[in-house]
Design a protein around this ligand. Structure first.
Ligand code: DON
Length: 573
């Protein structure tokens, strides 16, 4: 269901003018129909979480304080994806020039085995990797968020987490979207007694306006305030996680929890038409894939093709086909597998790939073999934040599918992830996103599963001009790509850039997924005549983005029309 946008008005006239008026290249400026703020901005998929972030900024916190506050708030108010029991990535560009990423992706437990999801005939049992306790990796979110706060924040744990304790303890009114979401997943929830206890009602379905209280989750958050990471990875919370695991014949141990560590990784960087791209390195494929795509597309004058024209869709598709083929072969946890990052993001390599693209569709089989089907869902979540000093934070966090493994830790009140499905359980067999993998992403104890999450910050002259990211499994990378192109090449304002219809291609399956409004029927026919297969898709990605005017430093945010989030800024005092 599409959300009515209340915050920003749209003008078709301005849109047309933008489209057909040549603008400055290599520059982001505002176009006159954006609400501009100077004191910071928070954009997240949930309005209550955005409010928590804004209050933190208002009380003097920096973007990192706000990011941690929003992350904990999402674990309460947006349990479909917000989490304590999952993992994520944070890309940070500080006003002092520092740029780095935090990797708090889940890890395979010590007892994980390469073939753990194969039956006696050697066939992949997807239900084992996708639902129930065996699907869970060792959670990283609490470690990552507390690392960010302790090393780059300015506030105490109590300051940033207490708003979430309050939301859990006193409860909050369920929105229509959240009530419907709980009801939609009821048949999965009732498979697990602990989930039934917290996320179903005895007598009726949830209704919008119900007050949703989570006392055990409030206590878990209280232990994190009190004891920091030990409040999660040791002591009572750890005991509850391990008890849940043992009760369901799972493999997560105290040792796994105690040994979990966040890793500070260098950003993966690219240059695109004079802009610098900062994004997430492996174990995400997102940053490398985004930069590889931009490098290929830099060889083409996209603007002259016309936004979402048939030729534009063709070139994007052909670039995507090649990049996703590389993803399946070369990407995995860099602590376990030597990912050839420099080669993949080199301009020369991109030129070589570009030279293979002709005016008709290529065959994916000529690029690398395989055949898979995929399904898309929107159950990861992204948030973008900037503060008045210019610190920028881009976070994507996930428990993978909606409500992860569907297993809630009894007594602790949070869902565990089903991130193990992001490993390649068997070469040539796709995961739930239709993604193929290889040795690079095979299961090994302590290894982080490959991700597509693409939290990104775009810079001009070393200053942030765009903060962007999305959920959507395999479609994350291409959704982020198109918003980047919309802002940098087509000079759209942030709302238009986010709301514009998108396409997706991932090598296999061979079809281009196309949202309504990209092409009319004659454009689609032209694409088919070029040899492409096309498939309609209701929506691709769920972007939360902030654009910053280079000259004034004023900011404008957009939450995707495809969801129910909130972009909120702080005005001048
Ligand atoms: O890390 C990844 O790429 C996936 N676990 C993300 C899952 C996702 O985006 C689900 N829904 N939208």
């Amino acid at each position: 269901m599409l959300k009515q946008k209340l915050i920003f008005s749209k003008s078709i006239l301005i849109f047309l003018l933008l489209f057909f008026t040549p603008g400055l290249t290599g520059c982001t400026t505002f176009n006159g129909n954006e609400n501009l703020y100077s004191q910071g901005m928070v954009v997240s998929a949930d309005s209550l979480a955005t409010e928590v972030g804004i209050k933190i900024l208002r009380s003097g916190g920096n973007a990192i304080d706000a990011a941690v506050g929003v992350g904990f708030a999402l674990s309460v108010t947006y349990p479909v994806a917000g989490n304590l029991g999952g993992g994520g990535f944070m890309v940070i560009k500080k006003a002092n020039g520092e740029e780095f990423t935090l990797d708090y992706r889940e890890k395979a437990p010590k007892l994980a085995k390469r073939d753990m999801y194969l039956n006696s005939e050697g066939n992949f049992v997807d239900s084992l990797a996708q639902e129930g306790i065996l699907a869970s990796g060792v959670p990283g979110s609490v470690s990552g968020m507390l690392y960010a706060l302790a090393n780059h924040g300015t506030m105490s744990r109590e300051d940033v987490i207490m708003p979430s304790v309050e939301l859990a303890k006193k409860g909050f009114y369920l929105s229509e979207a959240t009530a419907n979401s709980f009801n939609r997943y009821r048949s999965s929830f009732i498979k697990f007694p602990s989930t039934t206890k917290y996320f179903t009602k005895d007598s009726a379905l949830f209704a919008p306006g119900d007050i949703f209280v989570q006392s055990d989750l409030a206590n878990t958050l209280g232990r994190i305030i009190e004891n920091g990471t030990d409040g999660f990875y040791r002591g009572k919370t750890a005991e509850l996680i391990v008890a849940q695991s043992q009760k369901m014949d799972g493999i997560i141990s105290f040792d796994d929890l105690m040994k979990y560590n966040t890793v500070v990784r260098e950003v993966v960087t690219g240059n695109y038409r004079g802009f610098k791209i900062l994004s997430m390195p492996p174990p995400s494929s997102g940053g490398i894939a985004l930069i590889e795509l931009l490098n290929i597309l830099e060889n083409i004058d996209l603007k002259s093709l016309g936004h979402n024209s048939t030729k534009y869709v063709h070139y994007l598709t052909e670039a995507m086909r090649r990049v996703y083929a590389d993803r399946s072969k070369y990407l995995g946890d860099p602590d376990f597998y030597p990912v050839p990052i420099d080669s993949l993001i080199s301009k020369n390599y991109a030129k070589k790939l570009y030279s293979q693209i002709t005016s008709s569709a290529s065959n994916s089989a000529d690029i690398l073999p395989g055949l898979v089907e995929s399904s898309e869902s929107m159950e990861t979540t992204h948030y973008s934040i900037i503060d008045k000093w210019g610190n920028a934070v881009s976070v994507t966090t996930t428990i993978n599918s909606g409500y992860g493994s569907k297993v809630v830790v009894d007594g602790a009140g949070f869902f565990l992830n089903n991130e193990m499905d992001d490993f390649s359980a068997k070469p040539g067999v796709p995961n739930q996103f239709g993604l193929l993998g290889s040795e690079a992403n095979s299961i090994e104890p302590g290894k982080r599963m490959l991700s597509s999450m693409t939290p990104t910050i775009v810079l001009k002259d070393d200053k942030p001009v765009l903060i962007v990211g999305s959920p959507g499994g395999s479609t994350i990378i291409t959704a982020v790509l198109q918003v980047v192109l919309n802002v940098l090449d087509f000079e759209m304002d942030v709302n238009e850039a986010v709301d514009a219809p998108r396409i997706h291609h991932q090598w296999y399956p061979e079809h281009i997924s196309i949202e309504d409004g990209v092409l009319d029927s004659s454009g689609t026919l032209e694409l088919i005549n070029m040899g492409h297969k096309v498939k309609d898709i209701p929506y691709l990605g769920l972007i939360e983005a902030i654009k910053i005017d280079q000259k004034t430093g004023r900011v404008s945010g957009a939450t995707d029309r495809r969801g129910f989030g909130l972009a909120k800024g702080e005005l001048d005092k």
